[in-house]
Design a protein around this ligand. Structure first.
Ligand SMILES: *[C@@H]1O[C@H](CO)[C@@H](O)[C@H](O)[C@H]1NC(C)=O
Ligand SMILES: *[C@@H]1O[C@H](CO)[C@@H](O)[C@H](O)[C@H]1NC(C)=O
Ligand SMILES: *[C@@H]1O[C@H](CO)[C@@H](O)[C@H](O)[C@H]1NC(C)=O
Ligand SMILES: *[C@@H]1O[C@H](CO)[C@@H](O)[C@H](O)[C@H]1NC(C)=O
Ligand SMILES: *[C@@H]1O[C@H](CO)[C@@H](O)[C@H](O)[C@H]1NC(C)=O
Ligand SMILES: *[C@@H]1O[C@H](CO)[C@@H](O)[C@H](O)[C@H]1NC(C)=O
Ligand SMILES: *[C@@H]1O[C@H](CO)[C@@H](O)[C@H](O)[C@H]1NC(C)=O
Length: 335
């Protein structure tokens, strides 16, 4: 197996872990998973680009070693891609004359990490020109970003193709930080994702930051309806975010925002969820039960397992396969 040649060449411990879990993924791939149902397979590029996952991981790890704060934005890019038009890399396309693309939608999505994707894509193109889709690169990069912040590896099925269009007017399908539980559930269900996927994927807020501008309405114009932010936490947030502040940011999971763990659920359970959409998880019996049970240290491993499974489901939403779409040469423009 060619991958083992690389293993000898690049004998780093992390890569070893990556590869052994990858092999485990291959065994698992005989079990029916949402990805397979959509025509994706783990190791889709085993003949056409055998070193793909090594190239992606080595690029992502060297970037994140320098700029760890990019892990959350890279995960978010994949999420934003999948919720609009499916996981077809439409989020990466630039606007063109006469068309405003998703990435330039208002309200500004404040997405970051496009440069990382371009860098990874360039490396992959050098090794295997015209073979690997940008949509697959997004999925692999998101997984590797989570692994880099000490999350658990999951096998990413590949074989997606890239879409040909991107429309800013379709970004309404993205759940907003102000959304209530009813809206969140129906938005996830419209993508074929379950209530469990909602509460599990919300756990991604264990990493990353939010700008004060996204939460200031909660801090200074608080109606007091519904489950309120914890008073002490509210006061703390007010000292960080001054009225009309657009530059400062807050940690989504204070004290642990660079580590993938269950402390997000502990925060939410204590009514310290930064967004209304975090707090909303306490207002439905299923999501509330998940938050409360994972607020305990013991359920960390289960969360990691759940997160991988929900990512596999999300990464299968609306994918293009076979001869649909294309394999973009550059991720920001169609060929
Ligand atoms: C390559 O992938 C195909 C299906 O995607 C599979 O049938 C085959 O066994 C794989 N080969 C190796 C060497 O992993
Ligand atoms: C897409 O837009 C970005 C800036 O918004 C630019 O840096 C990049 O070069 C553009 N891509 C192409 C292929 O023109
Ligand atoms: C939108 O976001 C980009 C960077 O993500 C930023 O450069 C730009 O100023 C933002 N535009 C507005 C109107 O906020
Ligand atoms: C979104 O914009 C595209 C391109 O301008 C247009 O073809 C499409 O009809 C619009 N869709 C909606 C729902 O407005
Ligand atoms: C949830 O939000 C939607 C959209 O803003 C709104 O129509 C609905 O009434 C809200 N539901 C509850 C229970 O507050
Ligand atoms: C304050 O909140 C209320 C109710 O949500 C809203 O109608 C009002 O426009 C808000 N005011 C400001 C200044 O944001
Ligand atoms: C903040 O913005 C509101 C309008 O959005 C304005 O009424 C208020 O004076 C501003 N406050 C400060 C401190 O600049």
């Amino acid at each position: 197996m060619r991958v083992s040649d690389h293993l000898i060449k690049m004998a780093s411990r992390t890569l070893f872990v990556l590869l052994s879990t990858l092999a485990f993924g291959l065994v698992l791939s005989s079990v029916s998973r949402p990805a397979e149902a959509q025509g994706l397979t783990v190791n889709f590029y085993n003949k056409t680009c055998p070193s793909l996952e090594l190239i992606v991981f080595s690029e992502v790890s060297s970037i994140l070693n320098l700029v760890p704060s990019l892990a959350a934005p890279l995960l978010r890019l994949h999420f934003h891609d999948c919720f609009v038009r499916g996981c077809d890399a439409s989020v990466l396309l630039n606007s063109t004359e006469g068309n405003v693309a998703e990435k330039d939608a208002t309200p500004n999505l404040s997405l970051r990490g496009f440069g990382v994707i371009d860098r990874v894509k360039a490396k992959v193109e050098k090794a295997c020109p015209g073979v690997v889709s940008c949509a697959d690169i997004l999925a692999l990069v998101a997984r590797d970003a989570v692994v880099m912040v000490r999350g658990k590896f999951w096998p990413v099925a590949t074989g997606r193709r890239d879409g040909l269009v991107s429309f800013s007017n379709e970004t309404y399908q993205l759940p907003q930080p102000t959304a209530n539980i009813t809206t969140l559930i129906s938005m996830f269900q419209s993508k074929g994702l379950s209530v469990k996927d909602l509460v599990v994927l919300s756990g991604a807020h264990t990493i990353g930051i939010s700008h004060c501008s996204s939460i200031n309405h909660r801090l200074y114009n608080f109606t007091g309806k519904g489950p309120a932010l914890h008073q002490e936490y509210l006061s703390k947030l007010r000292t960080i975010c001054k009225p009309n502040d657009t530059v400062t940011f807050v940690e989504m999971d204070p004290g642990s925002f660079r580590t993938f763990d269950t402390s997000y659920y502990r925060g939410v359970s204590k009514r310290r969820g930064v967004f209304e959409s975090d707090e909303a998880l306490l207002t439905h019996p299923l999501t509330k039960a998940y938050v409360l049970s994972h607020a305990g240290e013991a359920s960390q491993a289960e969360f990691m397992e759940d997160f991988g499974n929900s990512m596999i489901s999300m990464a299968s939403v609306g994918v293009l396969t076979g001869s649909a779409g294309e394999i973009r040469k550059k991720c920001s423009v169609i060929n």
